[in-house]
Design a protein around this ligand. Structure first.
Ligand SMILES: Cc1ncc(C[n+]2csc(CCOP(=O)(O)OP(=O)(O)O)c2C)c(N)n1
Ligand code: SF4
Length: 307
């Protein structure tokens, strides 16, 4: 695996894009932005195995924004679909029907409803079998396509259509769940930090085996904000420390960005309608402080681990 990235600076990022325009996604969709950036780095020889969710609407017959193949599966079944596609490609190669050059990278594409919930046992099995695939989860922190119901990825305090007073639980730690399986690679990314994302996709693409890319995906519709703010909200997710940029390789977790000084979490929260009830009609100091305390505790542990 090469340690020198071809992405040294922003100007090294691909300037021509593989994903076609004109999808049925909402304006400002942070998930689509992540898919676009990932696709540009992976290249055309990619087959997407897409579980039901918002991205299902990218390819509506006869239109597809992908330059290669795209397969639709049920919500829980994308890893099983990926296994079938991988096996078929391997059989074709073994029979000499396709060359190594014709081989495709198999990429699961799911929302957090599938990745953190319904598809998790199928994913666990695929990692256990050592399936050679990349799993891209665009995490919009809810069941977006059906109206932003609470999912396993919904964070503390967020209003969803099933927690109209704000979710009182905490976001499931999918990064650690994957890492506990000791796969080839696990990384968090965000489209608003394209250089970090490109380097991680480049690294993941150079590996074999199960690899997770977990992309926090600001969602104007479900998070209730102006679509023009997608990039700002994404950058604030990193600057506040709410979305740590990190990777797991060979049993070690490394942070690729340590926000310093960290911006207070309320700068991120107050831009989003899903947290509006924390500020008006009366400021909910208790919940805002609780969210801040959890973020502070996370980074204190990171500091401790370094010592
Ligand atoms: C087993 C099952 N239950 C419910 C649905 C209905 N459904 C279709 S898309 C969707 C939301 C999926 O949420 P997520 O995986 O987070 O992706 P997003 O919609 O946010 O892109 C649901 C519940 C379904 N297709 N299959
Ligand atoms: S609901 Fe959210 S994730 Fe789904 S297409 Fe719209 S902006 Fe994207």
């Amino acid at each position: 695996m090469s340690t020198i990235s071809r992405f040294a600076r922003m100007k090294d990022l691909p300037s021509a894009h593989l994903l076609g325009a004109g999808t049925a996604m909402c304006a400002g969709c942070g998930g689509l932005e992540a898919v676009k950036e990932v696709y540009d780095v992976l290249g055309k020889k990619t087959v997407f195995v897409n579980a039901a969710g918002c991205m299902t609407l990218t390819a509506v017959y006869p239109f597809t924004p992908f330059q290669g193949s795209w397969l639709y599966t049920a919500m829980a079944s994308a890893p099983a679909g990926a296994q079938g596609v991988r096996d078929a490609l391997d059989i074709l190669k073994a029979k000499g029907r396709i060359s190594d050059d014709d081989d495709l990278d198999v990429v699961v594409l799911t929302g957090d409803g599938s990745a953190y919930g319904m598809g998790l046992s199928a994913t666990s099995g695929a990692i256990e079998r050592g399936l050679d695939f990349l799993y891209l989860c665009y995490d919009n922190e809810g069941y977006g396509n059906t109206g932003q119901q609470t999912s396993g990825a919904t964070p503390l305090g967020a209003r969803t259509s099933t927690n109209t007073l704000g979710f009182t639980g905490d976001k499931k730690d999918l990064f650690s769940i994957w890492a506990a399986h000791d796969p080839a690679y696990v990384a968090t990314v965000i489209a608003a930090e394209p250089l970090d994302l490109a380097r991680k996709i480049e690294k993941a693409a150079s590996m074999k085996g199960p690899r997770l890319i977990l992309a926090l995906s600001p969602c104007p519709t479900g998070w209730d904000y102006d679509p023009k703010d997608t990039v700002e909200i994404g950058k604030l997710a990193v600057k506040t420390g709410i979305w740590p940029l990190k990777e797991y390789v060979d049993g070690r977790v490394t942070h690729t960005r340590i926000p310093h000084p960290r911006v207070p979490v309320e700068e991120y929260l107050k831009l989003q309608g899903r947290f509006k009830h924390l500020f008006t009609p009366k400021r909910d100091n208790f919940t805002i402080a609780d969210i801040q305390a959890r973020v502070d505790a996370y980074w204190a542990e990171v500091e401790n681990d370094k010592g």
